[in-house]
Design a protein. Structure first.
Length: 62
């Protein structure tokens, strides 16, 4: 008890989902030949995923 869970509007969650989907499509059409970019993209994706989990209430340490 005492946890504060921030409210994230459905539109913001949908926006994040559409961005992830668009990036996946773009990467499938234009594969990167630069391994540095791939590492950066993976790091960005993991940060987005962690943020999405926190907004849903997952990944919050009690």
């Amino acid at each position: 008890m005492g946890e504060v869970i921030p409210f994230v509007p459905k539109s913001e969650r949908e926006r994040a989902r559409l961005i992830r989907e668009a990036r996946a499509i773009y990467d499938s059409v234009f594969p990167s030949s630069n391994p540095v970019r791939e590492q950066r993209d993976k790091a960005s994706a993991s940060h987005m995923r962690i943020g999405a989990d926190v907004h849903r209430g997952e990944g919050i340490l009690s």
